[in-house]
Design a protein around this ligand. Structure first.
Ligand SMILES: Cc1cc2nc3c(=O)[nH]c(=O)nc-3n(C[C@H](O)[C@H](O)[C@H](O)COP(=O)(O)OP(=O)(O)OC[C@H]3O[C@@H](n4cnc5c(N)ncnc54)[C@H](O)[C@@H]3O)c2cc1C
Length: 569
């Protein structure tokens, strides 16, 4: 075995679970992360994590197979069914493992892990810890890393992968604290860098969610898969767009328009229509607003007042706190003003079900940065936390297996030093650039373009305008000037380096959306409102060309058991 060990990039749930897997298999592993692990966006997850545990009487006949079917149907049949089966069958194991590691899940009276309705199942399948599920999971995994003595390289930002023509040999990173650059040799790199939410205006995501890991893989010659599929969460708090978890509706919350009507009955014939899949609820809300049945300022109400003080305080304490602090509203007494917001990146780095990238040996990805693809065109609530712990472990196991068969590569050192030099020049050029453009303004424009033209509803003219706008911003980026040119904690520099990736990712999203002339899951084309399985039951791949432009390609969907059916709601 070669000896550089495994580098995990990202300290969120996927990264921590991958690092634990590597360590437990006896490999040498370290975690590089641009923020301290427990500040990762995983810690903001509220509602819960799915597993067919059958702990609730209404879910007594639940099974991993039913979970798989719901996930595939929810994905509008774009998910790869072999990967989904792996995820749902591993789910109970990974939840019980967390339980054994001391994760403080909420419990039923009899002591078993509590489950609530969430994520399109229609009955309680989602395990939770009040409305702070991601927080407790992240701390539990972090404790396990500390216990194992896993090394963390904190506040270092990945800038690039180092590769030979054959494989990955390491990475180059920048210290946010000192501005120093460092080459990190590695036999395998596992990218667990999360989603790109902040490309969009009105996002529920943390500011750190820039998608740079995807952008870095893309620049290394790896395609991105299904980038046009972006999830808009129906209920984000007006103003800050903080997430108001689907758990609010799982607990029995209503959506009401300005007339006070529970309008979801007009859109889906379900007993609890507020629990329809997210893409459908988000479109219904946008429709109410454009038809003039929303409130001035573009929102509707999420009404929890009928749930009562006791239920809100015990099941949704974090939501109440966010409403009180950020909107001055007490949901026990007042409805919450909400609107759809960008929430999740269904697309990402194209990897196989064992999390290996088929185009670049030694590269692995898991979590929101990856497209495995278990969510297809639309992710069910509670399946993303699950994806991180199931595929984080699989990525770690696969990387260890790969490294075991690896010999010494004499060209590795050269590739690393070349990349280090290249990134050094990139950073120097950015620091000394004396252009006319301000990176912050470019970032703001990008967010506007994406939410206005590549949002919940899409059509050809708007998508063409978006592409044009993004390309203009890309050329403006070549003429930037940083406001701060020092090396210490230069967030202006760190964010500008990431903006370069954001612009390229935005182009893959808009281009994919323009080409996909159908509506499926989170991708809704008003000019092509139907799903078209004959033409479009396939994944989109976006490759980066030499000149920096995106080229689209496609690959088939893996269908093992469930043939596509029309939506029944
Ligand atoms: C508000 C909110 C609520 C959610 N609620 C739920 C829920 O209830 N249920 C559910 O299933 N899903 C939920 N999700 C989705 C889910 O939380 C995320 O998809 C998941 O946690 C992502 O985990 P991750 O490990 O892939 O990435 P993250 O947790 O985002 O971690 C990414 C890591 O990568 C590091 N990183 C990124 N770029 C670089 C770089 N260039 N260099 C070095 N390090 C880098 C960061 O420091 C960070 O540690 C929610 C998401 C949000 C935003």
């Amino acid at each position: 075995m070669a000896s550089s060990g495994i580098l995990v990039v990202g300290g969120g749930l996927a990264g921590l679970r991958a690092a634990i897997a590597c360590h437990d298999q006896g490999a040498s592993v370290r975690v590089l992360t641009k923020v301290y692990a427990i500040r990762s966006h995983s810690g903001a997850a509220q509602g819960g994590v799915n597993a067919a545990l059958r702990n609730h009487p209404e879910g007594a006949d639940d099974s991993p197979e039913r979970h798989a079917f719901d996930t595939i149907k929810g994905s509008d049949y774009l998910a790869d069914q072999d990967a989904v089966q792996t995820m749902t069958h591993e789910a109970p194991l990974r939840i019980r493992e967390l339980e054994a590691w001391g994760c403080p899940f909420s419990r039923f009276e009899d002591g078993r892990i509590a489950q609530r309705p969430f994520g399109g199942a229609g009955f309680p399948r989602t395990c939770y810890a009040t409305d702070r599920t991601g927080h407790v999971m992240l701390h539990t995994l972090y404790e396990q890393c500390v216990k194992r003595g896993i090394e963390f390289v904190n506040e270092w930002q990945l800038l690039a992968l180092a590769r030979t023509p054959e494989r990955v040999v390491g990475a180059v990173a920048l210290s946010r604290l000192t501005g120093a650059l460092r080459a990190l040799p590695a036999d395998a790199v596992i990218l667990c860098t999360g989603g790109y939410g902040r490309i969009y205006g009105r996002s529920t995501n943390a500011i750190i969610n820039t998608g740079s890991g995807m952008g870095i893989a893309y620049r290394s010659g790896v395609p991105l898969e299904d980038m046009e599929f972006v999830q808009f969460h129906p209920t984000s708090l007006v103003g800050t767009n903080l997430l108001m978890t689907e758990g609010c509706r799982g607990e029995g919350g209503y959506l009401r328009n300005k007339r006070g009507d529970r309008f979801m009955y007009d859109y889906v014939g379900m007993e609890r229509p507020e629990l329809a899949p997210r893409d459908i609820v988000a479109r219904a809300i946008e429709h109410e607003i454009t038809e003039g049945r929303g409130f001035d300022g573009g929102y509707v109400h999420l009404d929890l007042t009928h749930l009562g003080e006791e239920q809100i305080k015990s099941r949704l304490p974090g939501i109440r706190e966010l409403c009180l602090q950020f909107a001055g509203i007490d949901p026990i007494k007042q409805p919450i003003p909400i609107q759809p917001g960008q929430h999740y990146s269904m697309g990402g780095i194209d990897v196989d079900p064992d999390c290996s990238c088929p185009y670049l040996p030694g590269l692995y990805a898991a979590g929101e940065a990856a497209c495995i693809s278990v969510h297809g065109a639309n992710r069910l609530g509670g399946n993303s936390l699950l994806e991180t712990i199931v595929f984080g472990k699989i990525a770690g196991d696969s990387a260890v297996e790969y490294c075991a068969g690896l010999g010494h590569d004499p060209s590795a050192l050269r590739a690393l030093t070349d990349e280090l030099d290249w990134q050094g020049r990139r950073v120097d050029n950015m620091l000394s650039a004396s252009g006319e453009q301000n990176a912050g303004r470019i970032r703001l424009h990008l967010k506007q373009i994406m939410i206005e033209k590549v949002g919940v509803f899409r059509d050809e003219p708007a998508l063409k305008e978006a592409l044009l706008g993004i390309r203009v911003l890309r050329s403006r980026f070549n003429d930037i000037r940083l406001t701060y040119r020092g090396l210490k904690y230069n967030l202006d520099l760190c964010r500008a380096l990431e903006l370069e990736h954001k612009l390229e990712l935005a182009e893959t999203i808009a281009l994919g959306a323009l080409h996909r002339a159908e509506s499926r899951g989170g991708h809704h084309r008003v000019d092509y409102p139907e799903r078209d399985d004959d033409q479009w039951l396939r994944h989109t791949l976006a490759w980066r060309e030499e000149d920096g432009s995106a080229r689209l390609d496609s690959k088939p969907v893996t269908i093992t058991r469930y043939q596509p059916e029309a939506r029944t709601y």
